[in-house]
Design a protein around this ligand. Structure first.
Ligand SMILES: [Zn+2]
Length: 157
């Protein structure tokens, strides 16, 4: 993966860019996805999730990467991310872990790695397509969940 620059993070304080890494003011996150800009105060998100407020740039970057992933996979909400129905990992997380652990490791043949990245990207795209109206799907799922035992939901996702 190419090394990321510090895009998507800034502060609104008057300290100036150079002091951002040290000054105590909140980080602002922005990310363009699904055709619009997502902007959040990282403090607001961290507070809503009961996590320590990110102060250093490194902490802010960790949050930024996490939120980007959640937004890409349509699972972002200010509060704690919703767990998959029975506690399994969401598909996006599985892809990420698989990529990190098995595909982007050293010693893997270049051709094999590229092929796997291609497949996982395709898989992820198909998931995003099918989730275009994620709100409707989620609402439907919640209704379904109320009416059916969880075992019937296992094969739905
Ligand atoms: Zn500041």
């Amino acid at each position: 993966m190419p090394k990321r620059t510090n895009d998507g993070l800034k502060k609104r304080c008057a300290c100036g860019k150079r002091k951002w890494a040290k000054c105590p003011h909140p980080w602002q996150f922005s990310f363009h996805a699904h055709g619009h800009e997502h902007r959040y105060s990282l403090d607001a998100v961290a507070r809503a999730r009961g996590k320590p407020l990110p102060r250093s740039r490194t902490e802010a970057e960790t949050w930024r990467d996490l939120l980007r992933n959640e937004i890409r996979n349509n699972v972002f909400s200010i509060g704690p991310p919703p767990a998959a129905p029975d506690g399994r990992l969401a598909l996006g997380e599985v892809c990420d872990r698989y990529l990190k652990k098995h595909v982007q490791r050293e010693g893997r043949r270049e051709g094999g790695r590229e092929l796997m990245e291609f497949y996982l990207a395709a898989l992820r795209r198909s998931q995003v397509e099918s989730r275009k109206d994620s709100h409707t799907i989620r609402t439907r799922l919640q209704k379904t969940r109320r009416n059916r035992p969880p075992s019937l939901l296992r094969n739905r996702s």
